[in-house]
Design a binder for this molecule. Sequence first.
Ligand code: HEM
Length: 317
Amino acid sequence: MASLGLVLLVAVVVSAALMPPSAVAQQLTPDYYASTCPNLEAIVRRSVQQSMAQSQIAAPAALRLFFHDCAVMGCDASIMIVNSNGDDEWRNTANQSLKPEGFQAILSAKAAVDSNQQCQYKVSCADIMALVAREAVFLSGGPYYQVELGRFDGRVSTRDSVRLPSVNFTLDQLNAFFSGLGFSQNEMVALLGAHTLGAADCPFFQYRIGDPSMDPSLASQLRGTCGSNPSGGFAFFDPSPVRFDNAFYRNLQGGRGLLGTDQVLYSDQRSRSAVDSYASNQGAFFTDFVAAITKLGRIGAKTAATGEIRRVCNFPN
Ligand code: HEM
């Protein structure tokens, strides 16, 4: 038996060595920086606390940024790159509504980490994004969870690589997109609970004001919001936009979802039971959200062979 074990071990080691670097997944672990930057989590938390004190948009915007990064080319901070030729992810129209406060929260946390002698230039922007996203959730009253670390930063960001869901996707289109990232329908419903934080601008929901799935009193309220100020108007996703809670799902039960992709989770029978369960059980939502965002954080994690530790998050080294 011992020799069989040895043969298997050798086979695994040899086949891993033969794989191209991109196929060898980066092993992520919460204690990745335990010896190189032991105070990392405290440094990032303090920085996010300061960002949140400066702006209520910081936490929602940083959480959204993490999704927009991970869903395109993996969680490699490619969304942060500013290319001098103008060809980069954030200049794709799908990213034009990302709020500057989210980018600023990442840059501030990176500056705080690098101002610590021991940590300087050792922590990737991709890992800082994952940590800032966790703080955005936790400091807003959501669950605390361990963040897996050890991602390297990508060197590439292009406008045409961006594929993100549209606000009018059907459940089938949503399932197709999220299953491509490795999520089940239930995991997707849990992940979209991120829309418990923040707001959306009128252009994203104005077209469905008066839709039969929309509560008429919300419709008249939104007509007022967007009618008087169509380009600058916005509405909060739920009545507690700075609290990470399960109010988002209760909102959907009342036809008070803002985005078509949010409300369809309740309108479509196939996902309604997941919405009902999270609406009545915040603990179940928190547990499933943590599993889903941890899974999001594993997408396309780069290694030392495929990435780098960026000195400045906006530019490859
Ligand atoms: C079907 C998939 C999704 C669609 C269509 C979608 C769409 C949107 C839209 C249109 C906005 C409003 C943007 C604005 O007006 O500035 C928004 C905001 C937001 N999204 Fe999503 N989103 C999706 C998935 C996600 C996921 C998976 C997360 C995080 C895990 C997320 C987190 C957020 C947050 C926190 C905000 C609030 C941002 C703020 O207030 O600045 N979204 N989303």
